[in-house]
Each structure stands twice: as C-alpha cells, then as structure tokens.
Write a protein that binds this ligand. Structure first.
Ligand code: HMG
Ligand code: MG
Length: 298
C-alpha cells in the first residue's frame, strides 16, 4: 500500500542554491523561502552554518535566517560541527541537520575527515542539540553510489545509519548524492535498514535526478512505508563537492505524482510553479523540472 500523506522536506534554498555559480542576493533567498511557505511547504531547509570558504553561496546564513524566522514553518539548517551549532543556536534555530558520508572519499572531500572522524565531530553536536530540545536530522550521503568508489555496499551504509541513530538523530535522510540509485537498490537498502532496527518512520529519502530515476526511486520508497521525501523547488541543486551530481528531485514533479496517487502534501502546485518560474528568472536560466515547464506553458 501507499501512505495517505507525505511530508515534503524542501531543500531548494539550501541544496539548490549552494550549487549555483552566481551569488543569489540574500533578499532574493528570503523572498524564495517566503514564497515556498506561501505555497504550502511546511519544512523548508533554509541554509547552512558551514565554513564560508567551503560553501560561499551560503555565507550569508547569519543575515538570512532572521529574515525568515518569523514564518510559521520548520526551518532546518545544516551544521557540520559545534562551531556551526553555536552559530545556529545564537539565532534561535530549532532544527539542525548533520551530514555524514557512507564513503571515505566523500567524507574527505566534503568534510575533510574520515567517515568515523566525521561521526566523532557530530557526536557533541547531536548531544547538545538534544539537550536543548532541538530536532536533529542526520543526512547520509553516497548511500547508493560514489563518484570515486562506484557502487556502495548496503552493509557499509547501514553501519553509518545505525551510528547516526545511536547518536540520537531523530530522523535520517538517505542521500543519493549523484543520482545513480534505481528502485531495486532503494528497496534493498530500506529492507536492510529495517532488519538493523531502524524504523521506517524515521527515514526520509533524498534523491538527485541525474539519471532520471528520482521519481521511480521515490515510489519504491513510498511502497516501503517512507513518508518523508526531500525535493527542491524547480529541481535546483547539486553538490559542490560531488561534481557529477545534478539537481534534486523537483518538488513540482513529486507533487504532481503524489497528487495523481491521491496522496496529500498540502502543497499548492500552481503557487509552487509560479515560485520556481520566478526563481528561474532571478537565476537567469530555466527550471529543469518537466512539470514546471509543462505547467508554465499551459
Ligand atoms: P576544516 O577545514 O577541516 O575545518 O573543515 P577545521 O575544523 O579545521 O576549522 C578550520 C577553521 O574553520 C577554523 O577557523 C574554524 O573556526 C573554522 P580558524 O581557527 O582557522 O580561524 N570553522 C568554521 N567557521 C564557520 N562555521 C563553521 C566552521 N567550522 C570550522 N561551521 C568543515 C571542516 C566541516 C568546517 C568544512 O569541511 C565544511 O564546512 N564543510 C561543509 C561542506 C558542505 O556544506 N557541503 C554541502 C552540504 S552536504 C550535501 O550537500 C549533501 C546532502 O544534500 C545530501 C546528499 O545529497 O547526499 C546533505
Ligand atoms: Mg543533496
């Protein structure tokens, strides 16, 4: 069976904009987030409190967050370490996400750490967040394939998922960072996670659409009982430290499929498409989302 409701975790303002070559003005980012909230999205990842040299596109986090923090939606942010957590807590952030890697190559490229050193870096972050009743998401990148290492063995992924859970992460997000997953692989990983005692209610999926498989992978995850799906408005996105990655699953493509299946998301598709068309104008290039293109030319 399929769920009756899905929570969309909108990542366009973070995963999308972190990969734009142009610097988007802070005011435009704030307006983007406001429009996303207006379109009915209730979880909108706002920015990252990472080293500004590593992700210069999000170096304005201190200025951006207070511009949107009045919105009646959840506004999670990425924090890699205690320095990031301090910066976030100083602004009243209530939801944070740490981001681990299933592979050594990407842990090094993205965090300048081994997999286990990165986990050790997250441990005090998660502990302090939990003490303050701050919700913690644990991302795991390269759950299916890695640009340097190829296919990633399921047990290797399960081990890091367990570590993030044991550390206290409230939810996990399984990242197909370079978009190489296919539905059978998704089902195999979810099955192995279930066997390792990770409840499906605590698992979200995060598909990039490089090979056009993101929707098929999402459907496989929904059939398995997943109800949290990451997507980015207009299909913005990628990852600066994984060059072969393209944008995330487009939120519009996701909502179109879910609507057809009778699954409620609370998202107003017309408003969302208008937002992505507006954002595409700001960025000076059209949205790669098929649904945005179809609905904006109607
Ligand atoms: P490092 O160079 O090892 O840092 O980078 P360090 O711990 O050695 O510290 C060096 C200096 O940086 C120090 O300053 C720190 O204070 C400062 P100094 O004492 O030399 O003056 N520093 C910071 N400043 C501001 N904010 C901070 C911070 N931390 C240290 N938070 C580090 C390690 C983790 C910081 C770095 O590698 C980093 O920022 N990485 C972030 C990379 C990133 O954001 N990647 C994209 C997000 S992940 C993603 O997109 C995947 C996802 O979408 C899922 C999927 O698709 O798979 C989530
Ligand atoms: Mg991503």
């Amino acid at each position: 069976g399929l769920p009756t409701r899905v929570r969309v975790h909108e990542v366009g303002a973070r995963d999308g904009l972190q990969n734009e070559s142009s610097t988007v003005p802070t005011e435009v980012k704030a307006e983007f987030i406001r429009r996303l909230a207006d379109a009915g999205l209730t979880t909108i990842e706002a920015t990252s409190f990472v080293h500004p040299k590593w992700v210069p596109q999000l170096a304005d986090a201190e200025r951006l967050f207070p511009m949107v923090s009045d919105l009646p939606v959840a506004l999670p942010v990425l924090v890699p370490n205690e320095r990031g957590l301090d910066r976030a807590l100083a602004l009243g952030v209530r939801r944070v996400a740490v981001f681990a890697s299933a592979t050594e190559s990407f842990a090094k490229a993205n965090l300048n750490r081994t997999v286990d050193e990165a986990l050790a870096m997250f441990e005090p972050v998660v502990a302090r967040a939990k003490e303050g009743d701050v919700h913690v998401r644990g991302y795991l990148s390269m759950c299916f394939g890695d640009p340097w290492e190829g296919a990633v063995p399921v047990p290797q992924v399960v081990r890091v998922c367990r570590a993030l859970r044991d550390m206290g992460c409230d939810e996990l997000s399984l990242g197909d960072t370079i978009g190489v997953a296919t539905p059978g692989h998704v089902t195999a990983l979810l099955t192995a996670l279930g066997e390792a005692g990770v409840p499906v209610s605590a698992v979200g999926v995060h598909f990039h659409d490089t090979y056009g498989q993101a929707l098929a992978n999402t459907l496989a995850a929904l059939r398995y009982g997943v109800t949290t799906v990451d997507a980015s408005a207009g299909g913005l996105g990628g990852c600066p430290y994984a060059k072969s990655a393209t944008g995330n699953l487009a939120t519009e493509d996701l909502v179109w499929m879910l609507r057809g299946l009778g699954i409620d998301t609370g998202v107003d598709l017309g408003r969302l498409v208008a937002t992505s068309v507006w954002m595409a104008e700001q960025l000076g290039r059209p949205s790669p989302s098929r649904t945005v293109r179809a609905l904006s030319h109607e």
